[in-house]
Design a protein around this ligand. Structure first.
Ligand SMILES: *[C@@H]1O[C@H](CO)[C@@H](O)[C@H](O)[C@H]1NC(C)=O
Ligand SMILES: *[C@@H]1O[C@H](CO)[C@@H](O)[C@H](O)[C@H]1NC(C)=O
Ligand SMILES: *[C@@H]1O[C@H](CO)[C@@H](O)[C@H](O)[C@H]1NC(C)=O
Ligand SMILES: *[C@@H]1O[C@H](CO)[C@@H](O)[C@H](O)[C@H]1NC(C)=O
Length: 316
């Protein structure tokens, strides 16, 4: 009777309707001692054994790796905290360095001290200003803040920061924006007589990189190539230890050469001088006013500005 009941029960449990009712097939069968149906699948047992053996074999290497990364995580980052000053010419590219050792999973942040603006964290840049970028080579310890087309407003102190268990580590980098400046030798005005030769000398100062060009303007007109109007320009590029110098020559000044002359170089503050050319109606007047101009010139402390033409009298 008992075996028959067991079979009946088993049959009931195995019927699709009971399965649908939610009775777990494996639990039900094993509780009746028929669970060993699953035993005797040799491939699975073998696979488990092989897996265990493999794990045992790889354990030392794996453990080493694990310990190494734990150690790396525990090691405190090291940041060279010596402040640095970087000079960058207006319009050039500035590179601000932040060398960090044992960074592990931490992030290097760049902060602008002027407004405490967080510029970047890791390689991610928070500012909309596309001139800012973080340069980091895989395996390198340096996190470089690159600023393109440096502006005057970029002048100031930047700080790179890394957190450690002893608080934040930081390094300050002072960015000095250098603004080249044009300078015309002599006073703000120059008075000459018609027929005189005029020579204006412009120096480009404060320009670590030599300017790519120097342009002279007469009022709003660029006159570098105005040979036909009696004007010529010669520019000597800076060499080591000297400044770029540009010379504007008017071979024989006419009243229409009067006006506002400016000397301009890229990313440099321009310089101006006003030239007055008076009409020389006769030789005597020209000579007189020439000596007056020469007197004025002798009072200036700067180099040659005005040269009278030897043949001045011959022109009249
Ligand atoms: C830290 O940085 C300064 C300036 O950049 C450098 O002169 C100095 O050698 C650096 N010190 C170390 C320990 O790297
Ligand atoms: C940049 O800042 C320094 C120090 O604050 C200052 O001496 C210098 O004149 C500034 N330069 C410019 C171009 O603003
Ligand atoms: C010459 O022009 C510059 C602008 O290009 C101006 O700042 C300066 O005042 C002018 N000088 C004179 C005397 O007009
Ligand atoms: C010198 O220059 C000034 C203008 O800068 C002019 O008024 C004067 O007549 C010139 N001559 C002398 C001798 O001062």
């Amino acid at each position: 009777m008992a075996p028959a009941l067991l079979v009946a029960l088993l049959a009931a449990l195995l019927s699709p309707s009971t399965q649908k009712s939610g009775v777990d097939w494996e639990t039900a069968t094993s509780s009746f001692g028929v669970g060993q149906l699953r035993i005797g699948e040799p491939s699975e047992a073998e696979a488990a054994a092989a897996e265990a053996a493999l794990a045992a074999e790889n354990a030392p290497a794996w453990r080493e790796l694990w310990q190494a990364s734990l150690e790396a995580l525990r090691r405190e980052p090291e940041l060279n905290a010596t402040a640095e000053t970087i000079r960058a010419q207006l319009g050039s590219v500035a590179f601000l360095h932040c060398p960090v050792r044992h960074l592990a999973e931490r992030q290097v942040s760049w902060v602008r001290r002027r407004d405490w603006h967080i510029i970047s964290s890791g390689a991610f840049v928070y500012t909309n200003d596309e001139r800012f970028q973080v340069l980091h080579r895989e395996g390198s310890e340096d996190w470089v803040l690159q600023i393109k087309y440096v502006q005057k407003r970029d002048n100031g102190t930047y700080e790179c920061q890394v957190s450690s268990s002893n608080g934040a580590l930081s390094r300050q980098v002072h960015l000095q924006v250098v603004v080249p400046e044009a300078l015309i030798l002599g006073a703000e005005e120059l008075h000459v007589d018609a027929g005189s030769a005029v020579r204006l000398v412009c120096l480009i100062e404060n320009s670590p990189e030599p300017p790519q060009y120097v342009f002279w303007y007469h009022n709003a007109r660029m006159i570098n190539y105005d040979a036909a109007r009696g004007v010529s320009v010669q520019t000597a590029a800076a060499t080591r230890g000297s400044r770029t110098q540009s010379t504007l020559s008017v071979h024989r000044a006419r009243p229409d050469h009067s006006g506002n002359y400016s000397c301009r170089a890229p990313n440099a503050e321009p310089a101006h001088i006003y030239l007055y050319v008076s009409e020389g109606s006769d030789k005597m007047a020209a000579t007189l006013s020439r000596s007056a101009a020469a007197t004025n010139y002798s009072e200036t402390t700067h180099a040659v500005l005005f040269e009278s033409v030897e043949s001045l009298s011959l022109t009249y």
